[in-house]
Design a protein around this ligand. Structure first.
Ligand SMILES: [Zn+2]
Length: 60
């Protein structure tokens, strides 16, 4: 889909962008999948590695 290429950020499937979800005992918790941000990165690990490399280079 075109939208995947245009916006790398998508709503978290687990919490649907609500950032939290209900546990079985009825309390609210940060969504473990998106870490409470409500969004997930489609490009994923590649982007993370890229950022990490840049960060490292900048520090040294
Ligand atoms: Zn989530």
């Amino acid at each position: 889909m075109a939208v995947c290429a245009v916006s790398p950020w998508g709503r978290c499937r687990r919490c649907h962008g609500r950032r939290s979800h209900r546990t079985t005992i009825g309390t609210r918790r940060d969504c473990p999948r998106c870490d409470g941000t409500g969004i997930r990165v489609r490009t994923g690990r590649r982007l993370l590695d890229h950022i990490r490399t840049e960060y490292r280079d900048g520090n040294q």
